[in-house]
Design a protein around this ligand. Structure first.
Ligand SMILES: Nc1ncnc2c1ncn2[C@@H]1O[C@H](COP(=O)(O)OP(=O)(O)OP(=O)(O)O)[C@@H](O)[C@H]1O
Ligand SMILES: [Mg+2]
Length: 488
């Protein structure tokens, strides 16, 4: 973070000093976890489900924190933030935040982040939203921008009211680009994140059915995702997916210049001649208004073509040539774990670990990738180990059924459906015609692992994917640990 006195922190957050005279200067980063505090840092005291950060204020100071941002008085130099309204507490809906003190601290943190971002006049903020691919694309954007200037991007999927300001506060006077992932659990959330660090470039990837249970409809999701482009300034740029009608339609909701990306003829930045190699990595020619360049992605799955075009659009806006953007995209590697992580064991079994999370669109993308990997080269036996896709509300049974049927249509050889909640996938697959023994329903992760250990053969390709709650990463981890030996 840029150096700030505690008096400035108090002013920026609207809080008051406690046990501090205001001259103490924060020079390090902000942290929620007292164990992560480094000398000069600012500790953010958040109440959690099990422990309350306020009880760790003294420990944070002992670790070197200059001060604490808190909702109530603690035995440490601190800034006490003002309370928030009950309506605000409910809209933030933090688990474990019974009295609203967590929402109050986060509101203070958001104001602090905005204060810092406003002072960094060399900074370009890039925001990414969409139903699927935010983290993957954020990682691509950060890799294409890094050659152009110092870039700050969050690790993993820091995309909510905690991770977003935490990341913004990592920007310093040297930072040229701040890349942020924006997610929403309800209307107004994306707009609120935009107020914390106002993006000049906004990327909307797609509108799927993730969280449709909470939003009511895909149009409801589009309404919320589009808050990003509504917030862009007149001299900003909205990067929109030309291949997704609900995203392309957002062009009418922004004052910013619109750059369309995709395979559609009307896209300003297009991918043509897309090919997949035996590991389902895409190569294509990127056609831009300033010339064409060839891209060979290191990421697995055709769905990354659209993500890559979005990242290219950002790079071109930031001053890269098409050749530079294409080279950076071709050099880019997967950064965040358990997203299309492809590992081949010494015995020749390939595990596609996509167990981080799942929704219908990302499962479709992953199944198509699996089918492509099995199809190319020597025909390999394909396995899809799938668990529940959560938070789909009334669409849940139909969505699971549809995935089961898709697995059959894509000629996946074996489908292992894990857990009763995902059972409609198994039923859909079984009803889709010729399938008899090819689909099985197993009760849990242990049963899935036992089945796979008994039946996997050299050369097989196994996709593992489900929503976080199903914890299918345990299947992937079990497949990748010994007795096959050292694999990572
Ligand atoms: N454009 C895309 N279309 C469909 N699926 C995609 C796309 N990009 C990535 N995915 C897949 O979606 C899953 C989640 O990817 P990623 O973590 O990048 O998305 P996210 O939007 O950040 O997710 P979350 O909302 O959980 O943070 C992965 O399985 C990934 O392979
Ligand atoms: Mg994410």
């Amino acid at each position: 973070m840029i150096p700030l006195t505690m008096a400035e922190v108090a002013e920026a957050t609207g809080g008051r000093l406690h046990n501090a005279d205001g001259s103490e200067t924060v020079t390090g980063s902000v942290e929620f976890d007292s164990r992560r505090v480094t000398p000069g840092g600012l500790f953010i005291a958040m109440p959690g489900e099990k422990v309350d950060g306020h009880d760790f204020a003294a420990q944070a100071v002992a670790q070197g924190a200059v001060g604490v941002l808190a909702a109530r008085e603690v035995d440490a130099p601190s800034v006490i933030v003002p309370p928030v309204t009950e309506a605000h507490r409910r809209s933030v809906a933090l688990t474990g935040d019974r009295d609203g003190s967590g929402a109050a601290v986060l509101a203070g943190l958001a104001r602090l982040a905005r204060h810092v971002v406003d002072r960094l006049d060399r900074l370009t903020v890039v925001g990414v939203t969409g139903s699927s691919g935010k983290t993957s694309t954020k990682d691509l954007i950060s890799q294409v921008l890094t050659p152009l200037g110092p870039t700050v991007a969050p690790p993993g999927s820091f995309n909510n009211e905690l991770g977003h300001p935490w990341t913004a506060l990592r920007a310093t006077a040297d930072t040229r680009f701040l890349v942020l992932e924006l997610s929403a659990r309800g209307p107004g959330h994306i707009a609120a994140l935009c107020d914390v660090a106002p993006p000049r470039i906004g990327v909307v990837l797609n509108v799927g059915s993730a969280h449709v249970g909470e939003f009511g409809s895909r149009e409801g999701i589009a309404q919320t995702k589009g808050e990003l482009v509504e917030k862009l300034p007149e001299d900003g740029v909205a990067v929109l997916n030309a291949d997704d009608p609900l995203v392309a339609a957002m062009a009418s909701r922004t004052r910013a210049r619109v750059v369309l990306v995709g395979e559609a003829m009307n896209a300003h930045i297009r991918a043509v001649d897309i090919r997949l190699d035996e590991q389902a990595r895409a190569s294509f020619t990127m056609v831009t208004p300033n010339g064409s360049a060839d891209v060979a992605l290191g990421l697995h799955g055709a769905h990354h073509v659209g993500n890559a075009l979005s990242a290219a659009a950002v790079a071109l806006e930031a001053g890269a040539t098409p050749e530079q953007a294409a080279r950076a995209l071709s050099d880019a590697r997967r950064v965040s774990a358990r997203r299309m992580e492809v590992i081949t064991r010494p015995d020749g079994v390939t595990v596609v670990n996509d167990s981080y999370n799942a929704n219908p669109e990302s499962v479709r993308a992953a199944l198509k990738t699996l089918a492509a990997m099995a199809r190319t080269g020597n025909r390999r036996r394909s396995w899809a180990v799938l668990g529940v896709m959560a938070e789909l509300g009334a669409e849940s049974v139909a969505a699971h059924d549809e995935i089961g049927r898709l697995a059959v249509r894509l000629d996946i050889n074996r489908l292992v459906v894990v857990g009763e909640q995902a059972a409609p996938m198994h039923r859909g697959a079984s009803l889709e015609g010729s399938w008899g023994e090819e689909s099985v329903l197993v009760p849990d992760v242990d049963a899935a692992v036992a089945l796979l250990r008994a039946e996997l053969a050299p050369g097989d390709v196994v996709l593992v994917k489900a929503s976080k709650s199903a914890a299918l990463w345990r299947v992937a981890d079990a497949l990748l640990e010994s007795p096959q030996g050292e694999t990572r």
